[in-house]
Design a protein around this ligand. Structure first.
Ligand code: S3P
Length: 174
């Protein structure tokens, strides 16, 4: 099987994976895939509906299959639960550079707590989300080639750090 050379952004809900990924794609000229958007387009249903109709485990399966179907050298923004399967982490390691966008829970919670489009936020208490964050933080760290702070800095600064750390080429002319 051919390996790919993606830049894969991981991290908790609200870390800015989609915004950072889009900006990174503009600066590098690489195509951008927002995994959540791709899933909603292929399944023709919004994420809350996918969770409600099929349950979280089915969503995880679709999520992992969609990720593994991406070929080339793209910038990929994943959903916060992408590491639900160990196998997915292994695929990521073999098929690209994995970048963990890290921020403290309190900051992320303030960004997401009113978001009705995130079923896990709607269905869980702050304490449960905090516990989930702690567990996932360890998994994100273990899967990541680089950990980048997405806390108290602009999107541009975060993107700049990713470019420096990963060594990906910027477009010469913008
Ligand atoms: C999820 C995060 C969401 C989305 C789904 C589940 C999670 O993506 O995939 O609601 O399990 O953390 P974002 O990380 O972009 O919010």
């Amino acid at each position: 099987m051919n390996r790919n050379n993606h830049i894969i952004l991981i991290g908790y809900m609200g870390a800015g994976k989609s915004t950072v990924g889009l900006k990174l794609s503009e600066l590098t000229g690489r195509s951008f895939i927002d995994l959540d958007l791709q899933i909603q387009q292929t399944e023709k249903k919004p994420i809350p509906q996918l969770f409600a109709e099929y349950g979280e485990m089915h969503f995880r399966k679709i999520e992992s299959e969609n990720l593994k179907g991406i070929t080339g050298a793209k910038i990929i923004a994943t959903g916060g639960g992408i590491l639900a399967y160990n196998e997915t982490a292994e695929w990521m390691k073999k098929n690209g550079t994995v970048v963990y966008l890290h921020a403290p829970f309190s900051e992320l919670y303030n960004r997401i707590f009113q978001d009705a489009n995130r079923p896990l936020v709607v269905n869980n208490s702050k304490a449960a989300l905090n516990e989930m964050y702690s567990k996932r933080h360890l998994a994100y760290q273990a899967a990541a080639d680089f950990v980048i702070s997405a806390s108290n800095c602009s999107i541009e600064q975060t993107v700049d750090m990713i470019i420096k750390k990963t060594g990906i080429n910027k477009l010469d002319v913008l």
